[in-house]
Design a protein around this ligand. Sequence first.
Ligand code: ADP
Length: 347
Amino acid sequence: MVKKILVFNVGSSSIKYSLFEDLNLVDSGNFEKLKTKEDYSKSVEEIFKKINGNHISFIIHRVVHGGDLKKPSKITKETKEKIKEYSEFAPLHNPKQLMVIDLCEKYKKTQYAVFDTMFFSEIPDVAKFYAIPKEITKKYGIKRYGFHGLSHEYVSRDLKGKTITCHLGSGSSMSAILNGKAIDTTMGFTPSEGLIMGTRSGTIDPGIIFFLEKKGRNAKELLTEESGLKGLTGFNDFRDILSKMKKNKDCKLAYEMLVYQISKIIGSYIVALGGLDNLVFTAKIGENVPKLREDVCRYLSVFGIEIDKEKNRLNSEIISSKKSNVKVFVKKTNEEKMAVEKVLKIL
Ligand code: ADP
């Protein structure tokens, strides 16, 4: 019998839902600018009414932080405790996701959680730990968890060998994957580490934080909401950067910094993987900006990576030239479908 599966992707001020019949998407929608618990509650009720929630087989929630959890978890009291425990690591997301799980309980459907961190739960120790006192690592669980795992897994799951995935959206991360298993990723203890993002600085010298705090500035707000592309240019939408960069020096520099960072990390991941078979671009920027892919691949010509300009211009699935040492892909990500596949697998 066909299973009807409702997937929730709850953000810090939004609820996206997708309705699947087995692996086929049949309905989806987005509720934005949600502030209070009532806003979330009303949205959940509307969704259940719209999709005729009585006929749902089960519900899946995408949860940002699952700590060391390796697999999708059925929602029980213990799972909720865990999600709550990891709220401290993902304060914008986990509490809202837990709230929607609670709001769904009255519909008496089995619920599952899939975690953005799962894909990275087994990265090797050399990539996992920070060089901070051991007892601090242990006491607080400060280590690399990685995020966007569903996306990195989705776009790499058909690829064998050595793969690098670049998820470039409003939040961005990259991952090194060996035969389907992640071995490194750019996001770390929180989704603040790594690449320049829409409003996040990405990796910076921790000394900057000490300095800002000494000056009485709110480092957290500055580095997560006012930095990245927005901090460099005033615009956090990559489309603005692209359209203005011919005349606007700040936009040009922000673009070049991002291309440089991505290329440099690819170089380091080629070393981590001991070579490269596949390079994948995904998420809205990765999927839609041929110029960025071309400019990154220009840096990578030293590795014999070459793209076919026409295929790249068309956002084709394979954009590498026949001569290229590495296959270069443009893949549309689908985190919700990956979530459904993962839960169906454990059932
Ligand atoms: P996330 O899931 O992290 O929110 P998305 O994959 O939806 O990220 O990407 C959103 C960002 O991608 C937007 O903020 C915008 O900057 C950029 N973007 C969206 N569409 C395009 C496009 N057609 N061309 C270039 N950039 C785009």
